[in-house]
Design a protein around this ligand. Sequence first.
Ligand SMILES: Nc1ncnc2c1ncn2[C@@H]1O[C@H](COP(=O)(O)OP(=O)(O)OP(=O)(O)O)[C@@H](O)[C@H]1O
Length: 366
Amino acid sequence: MIDYDEIKNRRTALLLSGGVDSSVVLYEMVIHGLRPDCFYIKIGPEEKEEWDCTSEEDLEMATAMTARFGCKLDVVDCHKEYWGQVTRYTMEKVKAGYTPNPDVMCNRLIKFGAFDEKMGHGYDLIATGHYAQTEWINGRKWLTTSPDPVKDQTDFLAQIEGWQLRKALFPIGHFEKNEVREIAEREHLINAKRRDSQGICFLGNIDYNEYVRRYLGEQVGDVIELETGKKIGTHKGLWFHTIGQRKGLGFGGGPWFVVKKDVAQNILYVSHGYDPATAYKQTFNVHDFHATTYCPDGVAQPELPLRVTFKIRHTPEYLPAAIEQTGDNTYMIHADSKVHGVAPGQFCVVYDERHHRCYGSGEITW
Ligand SMILES: Nc1ncnc2c1ncn2[C@@H]1O[C@H](COP(=O)(O)OP(=O)(O)OP(=O)(O)O)[C@@H](O)[C@H]1O
């Protein structure tokens, strides 16, 4: 829960997307006596490409919301930063056979990054409609989970740095999604009945494969059964597949799991059966760990405990593990049981044993 009394004199910016979540944030802030300056971040389509863009409607919704609540709305153009940073990161990883996550990087590089450089630096707090919370514990500001396990978005926020978390405010983070929808309907917010966006953040309904295809095109190669070396078909590009993938392979005689990619030879290895040992991992390495906790001057980042829980994809489950520091910012995860579909490039997000506090995340290297 936000202590509105405590922040009533702080300069607050709200990232307003035109969706229902950030609209309810605006409503919540206004009924608690705040009038945030609102910002709509614009990421246009790359070049002349005609992508299905919902952004015009989004901006209309955001405009209507700020008009209703008497707040200022500005449009901030982060087009260049998005394509130059988030897309560049994504395509570089994908080409190397990794499994990147543009939405995770978008929070660090755009919403709490480029936006902060352009406008956010003039504010003490930046509010968003993420399902996540923050909590001060022992003089440090922590990223903590939402009560809605399905909607929780701490995993998407787990690459932001302490200085970014310092300014973060998540006014609907203590709600579950259905409560947010109820508020929007009860208050007749203009977008109460709007569907949640499905595609990559900022790119409307563009899905991941389309995004990648636009940049890297297709590159046909063989699909080979790992155990027998037998060719069972072809793929259109290793980048359309991820380790652990089971659905969408389209070969008979399944189920098949993607177990390995050979980038040099453009070969996709799959394995047959329900429980191929190759599709599971119990121990893996994580590097370039980003700690999200805000530690005021002189307070060191908290050390990771020996026992943690973690996530490698956006699911409601937290997996128990022991964690071992193996170097500067590098760790080894020893999961209590085998984990399906561990892929290099994925972020491993680390929480405490009760999966209340999020420590941060690092990239899986195997
Ligand atoms: N184009 C945008 N301009 C400004 N802020 C944005 C924009 N897109 C997303 N955000 C901010 O990031 C938050 C999380 O976005 P995300 O797309 O993950 O969630 P969402 O549940 O669809 O949110 P919403 O319902 O508010 O669109 C939003 O609630 C909003 O605060």
